[in-house]
Write a protein of this length. Sequence first.
Length: 608
Amino acid sequence: MCGIVGFTGRRDATPLILEGLKRLEYRGYDSAGIAVVNNGDMRVERAAGKLAVLEGRLAGEDLPGHLAVGHTRWATHGMPTTANAHPHTDTAGAIAVVHNGIIENATALREWLVGKGYKFRSETDTEVLVHLISDLYTDSLEAAVVAALRRVEGTYGLAVVSTHDPNTLVAARLGSPLMLALGENENFVTSDAAAVVQHTRSVVYLDDGEVAVLTPDEYHIVDLDTTRIEKHVSVVDWDNETIQRDGYAHFMIKEIFEQPDAITNTMRGRLLEDEGSAKLGGLEMTDDELLAIDRVVITACGTSWHAALIGEYMLEELAHLPTEVEYASEFRYRTPLVNERTLVIGISQSGETADTLAALREARRRGARTLGIVNVVGSSIAREVDSGIFIHAGPEIGVASTKAFTCQLVALAMLTLRFGRLRAMSVLQGREMVKALKCLPDLTRRVLERSEQIERFAETYALAQNALFLGRGYNFPVALEGALKLKEISYIHAEGYPAAEMKHGPIALIDEMMPVVCVAPRDGVYQKIVSNIQEVKARRARVFAVVTEGDEEITEMADQTVTIPETIDPLTPLLSVIPLQLLAYYVAVRRGCDVDQPRNLAKSVTVE
């Protein structure tokens, strides 16, 4: 969840580290720090709050050196204070560590180290690491780090520097993403390629249990038994220009408006119109193997979980394939009933979501086939599953996911086509769906043309304390997603419900002060949700409705309506969610919230 940047080379390290940390601000954090090694000395500067606070402390300071590590921290163990900020150093100030993850046996290790006379200056589990490395150091930083990690239980992505080894940067990974970025006479380590892509696109992804040792001119990788490992060098296929705001006020609104192109990229080369099917190159299963699947389990977290719910509806209705959706955080601690005839699908924008990754590992351990739907090439999930579908949405910087959600739905629709054509879907039905998918980019552009109208509506809701989102059928998960977006970035308490369930409790909350957002396109359950809206209006609620173009019945009942073009029922969520994304965005802006970096949230959740 936090950001790591490390550098060893010929250039001045401090500006490179600070530049890299700025590129990682989108991930969410609450403190920052840097450690620089120079001529046998170590300088460390840390600060609670945003990176600008750290930069203020460094203003006018000379922090020379060619070896450094930097970090943006999202608090787990210990409050977000300067004392708890990374890097952490040993007593002598000779070793510095930055760390993502959680050391589960930190308490026991801390007690052991205190017994040996070590004094702790923070509440963090990370400080245990640096004292442990110091205790085990003899004449090699690499050997000390490997020895320390053999005693550690938990997860980590870490980078270590020392005055004893003035050109050496040691990095290790277990359950928290980390990669090497290879330049000319310089090398980096980072938790996210965004930090270094302006310097090099050549990266090596570390796998669990691997330790990397970097100098300006070379690197090598070993496991915890010190066996050398050869790794493939990958090339990042996007550049620095891709992660600029391009004149938009925030990344979130930029990414909302990128959805037509992102959807096009997700579908490119994959739709087979004549066959009424889809070609998914990463789905490494034959027709016979796909037909042998008799049950699908989709596991995910947050926004990806909402996409999974819609995928469940698609797979069951159109492919007649029994499907369940599980929160990854619950799936991994249950005794899931999966076997070799079960396909377990993990959905994650980053491909690093800790719970989803652990759920997929558990599924494989129990004999199930696994499939990942991810956005980040080279991510942990992409590398570990049996098959994969990349959504090709491009980098998503805003913490609140938007374009990744709609592209996940497109990927699930194409997977449904693939399964459906083998099972229950006729070629005519398949062609109809392919045709509808191809129309989506233009239809989403038409919805985005309503943005100014939605911005005006947002003024009505900016002072609300609570909101209720209602939907039915394919659009019940859209109601959940709309509520999540509003609470994530505007801090308004919002809940999503199946519209019919409103009568079983939430209706007690409804009065003239409670805005109710109804997702009500003209689909198979249209008349049912009309009745639900009438029940809401009878309690004097203000109703904001998303309806199909030409709908007069709900338009007369609702206080405000936004229209979407008509499409087939399974694809309505791709259109109906966009007004809710825009509503959340404009409400948050009116309330003066930090849209791209909402409080307490991080883009990639790599801890439990």
